[in-house]
Design a binder for this molecule. Structure first.
Ligand code: SF4
Ligand code: FES
Length: 235
């Protein structure tokens, strides 16, 4: 099948300091992924095309981009699922550096701000692992699936409008530890997320949940964090 591919281009270092689109007609299979089309352009037509990717199997989270207006991982989207006219653009709300490559520093700074790691200084009496029941593990299972692709945060209209908002991904990763019965810093994280740029900036648009390639219930996780700020943590 012939695919009409339209790709966002921006490269101030090479004089392309006004965003524009390059277009290509590409012979593709219905089961090709959009990432395959981008690799084809880069490898055979224009080696200056720039985008991030690593695993090509939906695991590393590096190739989130807007495909026909929606945030997706290019390695998980098949041509047959998006049609024969495909527009590829960078994710929104982060500064574009070159083509599909955005500056991820604001995103990762918000992630770091919520302490996305286990805090527990107590060593168990037997010196072995910290025990947890299957039910306690289940409590935060959904949010362990995050691959930090930023598809949720960069689909959020509050994030686009307010650079103080930490965004859905940071809250998802805070949730993962807040509801972990072994962790001891839940109150600190809730304090951080009760600030101006925290969980209550969420307006429940659900864009994040729709965008998540891991099918994490992002809006629900944010709601649970809001409830914990008000009513405390239940493990
Ligand atoms: S919650 Fe989903 S969309 Fe958001 S960063 Fe994690 S994997 Fe990506
Ligand atoms: S390249 Fe790793 S998730 Fe797509």
């Amino acid at each position: 099948m012939l695919v009409y591919l339209k790709i966002y281009r921006y490269n101030p270092e090479a004089g392309r300091n006004v965003p524009s689109f390059d277009t290509y007609n590409i012979d593709a299979h219905p089961t090709d992924r959009v990432l395959d089309l981008l690799e084809h352009v880069k490898g055979n037509i224009d080696g200056t095309l720039s985008f991030r990717r690593s695993c090509a199997h939906g695991v590393c989270g590096s190739d989130a981009m807007r495909i026909n207006g929606r945030n997706m991982l290019a390695c998980k989207v098949l041509v047959k699922d998006v049609g024969t006219e495909i527009t590829v653009e960078p994710i929104l709300g982060l500064p574009v550096l070159k083509d599909m490559i955005v500056d991820m520093n604001p995103f990762f700074n918000s992630y770091k701000a919520v302490m996305p790691y286990l805090v527990n200084d107590d060593v168990p009496a037997d010196g072995k692992e910290r025990l947890q029941s299957p039910e306690q593990r289940e409590r935060f299972d959904d949010t362990t699936k995050c691959i930090m692709c930023a598809a949720c945060t960069t689909s959020c209209p509050v994030f686009w409008a307010d650079d103080q908002y930490v965004g859905p991904a940071a809250i998802v990763n805070a949730h993962r530890f807040i509801f972990d019965s072994r962790d001891q810093a839940g109150a600190q994280r809730l304090q951080i997320l009760s600030d101006h740029g925290g969980a209550f900036r969420c307006r429940t648009a659900f864009n994040c949940t729709e965008a998540c390639p891991r099918e994490i219930h992002v809006t629900q996780a944010i709601a649970e964090v809001k409830n914990a700020i008000i009513g405390g943590i239940e493990h």
